[in-house]
Design a protein around this ligand. Structure first.
Ligand code: HEC
Length: 132
């Protein structure tokens, strides 16, 4: 009986995680990927913003922990500014427009969790992306 409860609990938990990661990706594609491409485009001259994985490279470099990365994303997306921007590409692209009213706090929280869990880029890849 006890083991059955554990199985039910664990599979319920796995289901929740799964459902969340799907939602996070869907939301990211809808609300963010028009600017933050999920792939690294061949022709970088048409980019409107740094690719999604490049953004996360800078987030990890600047903030040690997932909690701090999440706090920055939650704040920046609603209230971006040049002073707060970590990505040096702010010089090229200008400051991101605020998404206040276009994405809810709850949606953004799911998006941030998804980004932290699923978007990685290492130093070598980042240099390659910058053409170094
Ligand atoms: C209209 C285009 C556009 C959309 C849509 C957009 N962004 Fe951005 N974003 C930018 C640009 C341009 C930058 C780079 C300049 C900067 O840092 O402000 C940026 C930078 C960022 C950064 C890095 C901030 C920093 O410290 O430099 C994060 C994190 C981010 N965006 C998250 C998101 C998320 C999450 C979404 C979707 C909810 C989103 N963006 C939607 C254009 C956009």
């Amino acid at each position: 009986m006890k083991s059955m409860m554990i199985v039910a609990l664990v599979s319920g938990f796995a289901f929740t995680l799964n459902a969340q990661s799907v939602d996070g990706k869907e939301l990211f594609v809808k609300k963010c990927a028009t600017c933050h491409s999920l792939t690294i485009p061949q022709d970088k001259s048409k980019m409107k913003a740094p690719p999604a994985r490049g953004v996360m490279f800078h987030m990890r470099e600047a903030f040690g922990s997932d909690e701090k990365i999440k706090a920055h994303i939650l704040d920046f997306v609603m209230d971006p500014s040049r002073e707060k921007a970590i990505c040096k590409s702010v010089k090229r692209f200008g400051v991101m427009p605020s998404l206040k009213g276009k994405v809810s706090q709850d949606e953004l929280s799911v998006i941030a969790d998804w980004m932290i869990k699923n978007l990685q880029m290492n130093q070598a890849e980042h240099q390659k992306m910058q053409g170094k």
